[in-house]
Design a protein around this ligand. Structure first.
Ligand code: FES
Length: 200
């Protein structure tokens, strides 16, 4: 069981374990070391000795990369001097953290009662046809990832979906291609540029 947010203990790795961990990181990731941005490094330094630092740092990593790349997890383990296993324990415990690189644009289809009854499922099926990605998958071109959410709080607009947080209500299957086209090939965000520097 992972300690709740902010309660994890500071762990100092013995030399042998540290060596084993760095070997594991080297053998399971790309040979190039991730280059963390100056602001991320500064953030890690700022939190290095504070309680609850792991959660805070992982949040910051995900903010920068949109997920937690393994290379970066290894680097964080090294910088915070904590076991890699502990980092993965936290990542897998909290659903918020992503281990896999998401699509460039994140689609959330509402399947709350109102949206379900008004055709939310049809939107998902149509999306599968249009972008080749179903629920919890990424389209083959890496443009979109799709997830299902429960009630976005605007049931009067059902069926509803969001793309990168932008809300589309009263949506029909026929409108989907135009909506998706707005995002396809849109310029990369700073987070994407960071993520491209890290292999998956
Ligand atoms: S059920 Fe979809 S917004 Fe409420």
């Amino acid at each position: 069981m992972i300690a709740p947010c902010g309660a994890e203990a500071q762990v100092v790795l013995p030399g042998a374990l540290r060596a084993e961990q760095s070997k594991e990181c080297m053998t399971t990731t790309s040979t190039t070391e991730p280059i963390l941005s100056p602001s991320l490094l500064a953030f890690i330094q700022q939190w290095k000795d504070k309680p609850g630092n792991l959660i805070m740092v992982l949040h910051r990593v995900q903010q920068e990369y949109r997920y937690v790349p393994r290379e970066v997890a290894c680097k964080v383990a090294e910088l915070l001097d904590v076991p890699l296993a502990k980092i993965y324990g936290v990542i897998t415990f909290y659903h918020l953290f992503k281990l896999k690189k998401p699509g460039r644009h994140q689609i959330a289809v509402c399947m709350g009662t109102a949206c379900y009854l008004k055709g939310g499922e049809d939107l998902i099926k149509e999306m599968e046809t249009l972008i080749g990605a179903g629920v919890n998958t990424v389209s083959p071109d890496g443009e979109f990832s799709v997830e299902v959410v429960r009630c976005l709080g605007c049931c009067g607009l059902a069926p509803v979906l969001t793309i990168d947080g932008e809300v589309y209500g009263n949506l029909t299957k026929a409108q989907l291609p135009d909506v998706l086209a707005k995002y396809q090939g849109a310029p990369a965000t700073p987070a994407e540029v960071n993520a491209q520097g890290v292999s998956t």
